[in-house]
Design a protein around this ligand. Structure first.
Ligand code: PEP
Length: 241
């Protein structure tokens, strides 16, 4: 199956001109025979300018309700702009205080409004070193997916993003990612009796290591830093022609 490739621009670029340049360079350089589903996730402020221009556009976060919630951007708003994908529970949001309860509400809102949520889970280096990876990931899944029913689970994409690999240049060994993927699959099989949830990987992916994750069975990627560098990003995409 074709991989799902999410370009997470995080809090970049810093103005519209640079955004336009990045977007058009990526668009121009796209391999003609790309066998992957590509989704670019820019900051909210650029979503309107970039949707409907030939690349799938997603958001980096969402809020689960419309109404008196100053500063928030709801799932309905994203949907009205034509977004189909939303990153939920990124470790940078969790580090800033986002709790599993809120992540759970965001997932439910995405499912209700039919946006595809990309749920990020992952352990810190300290947790990995103290052999807590499996416990931490299980706990995140349990809390984040609470109350989500079988008919919806296959609409969620789960991204394994070890916190220690994000933006550090220290990518996770593909064999470790493979073990984690199997653990997530086992959990979902136990809970939902399904094997159909897409599991992707994020954390210092580059053109050299990208294929190793596909070989290890990962079904796609979240790419942060390298999605801001058109040449490097295109080099990653060229692996999937
Ligand atoms: C991310 O932002 O989710 C990410 C994986 O970043 P990077 O590719 O820079 O590690």
């Amino acid at each position: 199956m074709n991989p799902l490739i999410i370009g997470n621009w995080k809090c970049n670029p810093c103005d519209s001109k640079k955004t336009e340049k990045l977007f058009s360079e990526i668009k121009k350089g796209l391999p003609k025979k790309l066998k992957a589903k590509l989704v670019i996730c820019p900051p909210f402020i650029y979503l309107k300018d970039l949707t409907g221009r030939g690349l799938e556009i997603g958001a980096q976060d969402c809020f689960f309700q419309d109404g008196p919630f100053t500063g928030q951007i709801s799932v309905s708003m994203l949907k009205s702009l034509g977004c189909k994908y939303v990153i939920v529970g990124h470790s940078e949001k969790r580090a800033a205080g986002e709790k599993d309860k809120i992540i759970n509400l965001k997932l439910k809102s995405c499912l209700e409004k039919r946006l595809v949520p990309i749920l990020c889970i992952g352990e810190t280096l300290k947790q990995r070193k103290s052999n807590q990876t499996s416990k931490i990931l299980r706990r995140q899944l349990e809390k984040d997916l609470k109350g989500i029913v079988k008919k919806d689970i296959e609409s969620i994409v789960i991204a394994y993003e070890p916190v220690w690999a994000i933006g550090t240049g220290k990518a996770c060994d593909p064999e470790i990612a493979k073990v984690v993927k199997m653990m997530i699959k086992k959990y979902l099989r136990e809970l939902y009796k399904t094997d159909k949830v897409k599991i992707i990987y994020g954390g210092s992916v580059d053109a050299k290591n990208a294929l190793e994750y596909a070989e290890a069975g990962m079904e796609g990627y979240i790419i942060g830093g390298m999605s801001l560098k058109p040449k490097e990003f295109i080099a990653i995409l060229n692996n999937f022609c």
